[in-house]
Design a protein around this ligand. Structure first.
Ligand SMILES: C[S@@+](CC[C@H](N)C(=O)[O-])C[C@H]1O[C@@H](n2cnc3c(N)ncnc32)[C@H](O)[C@@H]1O
Length: 295
């Protein structure tokens, strides 16, 4: 994901980053939009509902979802009765969001294609601005957070949901172990700097970034977790390849028989983890940050 250590630099909050970390372009997200919508999005709903509660979203509030995908936060917010604008730089993700809005007949929910680093939205427009697993992974996160603060009204809240430590992200660790079983040369994830997906895995770094973006009363909740019920190697494979283009980039180079071998290893690993005949439960820690725009 990055080539040499000397390309690493430190941000003013002390975290390492590089100028050439892997950033999947919008077309890569377009390609996985169907898989994301089908395999990943349904399991995220309880997290989204809890997070919107922490941000104090109420019926009638104006809500902006940044890097919304097919509507991780937007759909629960619209069902609650908020006026929703869902934005994402992937047109395919926004099309999926709009299809769900039509299916459910949700009023006051609109989607627009937009880069999180340059929101095409007036200052001070929204009561709550949120991003679930979206601004978590953008390359200039401080800029994207300042944009979220800019478009929020004074007294409004900004919400960011991100993964905690990759070492405790069980689905990811099982997937890497299975990959290493069929391809012992795979070295695992880099850790200094880690992939952009984990740039705020440390709750203190998330707290500082929200504060540096101009927010007050910042809280970072670490009590929630993602909980996946996975019944087969194929299901974990679909979840991983649907969740982020990087997974497909990594295993896409394996010949088909090695990919099939990896799914068999996943089956064995999941069977060892599940208590009886039911699915294995794989958890991941979350950091849910909320701050208030003070002026
Ligand atoms: C892991 S998905 C999260 C989707 C959604 N927020 C959810 O809760 O399920 C990451 C999303 O971020 C979007 N994304 C990544 N970089 C972006 C950027 N610079 N601007 C806007 N969207 C971006 C991707 O297209 C993708 O839909």
């Amino acid at each position: 994901m990055h080539d040499t250590e000397d390309e690493a630099m430190r941000t003013n909050d002390g975290t390492a980053t590089t100028t050439d970390q892997h950033v999947a372009p919008p077309e890569a997200w377009d390609r996985i939009a169907a898989g994301y919508d089908r395999f990943v999005a349904p399991g995220e709903e309880p997290i989204a509902r809890a997070a919107l509660g922490l941000a104090g979203l109420r019926p009638g509030d104006r809500f902006l979802d940044v890097a919304a995908g097919p509507g991780g936060l937007s759909l629960p917010a619209a069902r609650l009765g908020a006026e929703v604008l869902a934005t994402d730089w992937s047109p395919a993700m926004i099309e999926r969001f709009e299809a769900r809005v039509r299916e459910e007949g949700l009023p006051n929910a609109e989607g627009r294609v937009m880069d999180a680093h340059a929101l095409d939205v007036e200052d001070g427009t929204f009561d709550v601005t949120g991003s679930q697993f979206g601004v978590m992974l953008v390359p200039d996160q401080p800029l994207a957070l300042r944009e979220m603060v800019r478009v929020t009204r004074p007294g409004g809240r900004v919400l960011l949901i991100a993964y905690g430590s990759p070492a405790e992200f069980q689905a990811l660790q099982v997937f890497i172990a299975a990959l290493q079983a069929v391809d012992p040369g795979f070295e695992g994830l880099p850790d200094d700097p880690p992939p952009l997906e984990f740039q705020v895995a440390d709750p203190e770094v998330l707290r500082r970034r929200l504060t540096d973006a101009g927010l007050g009363d910042v809280t970072v909740d670490t009590t929630h977790e993602e909980r996946l019920e996975i019944g087969s190697g194929q299901q974990l494979w679909d979840w991983m390849l649907g969740s982020n283009p990087i997974a497909g980039d990594i295993v896409g180079d394996l010949p088909p028989e090695q990919q099939a071998g990896m799914r068999q290893v996943l089956n064995q690993m999941l069977r060892r983890r599940s208590p009886g005949t039911g699915p294995a439960v794989l958890t991941a820690p979350l950091n849910i940050g909320v701050g208030t725009k003070t002026s």
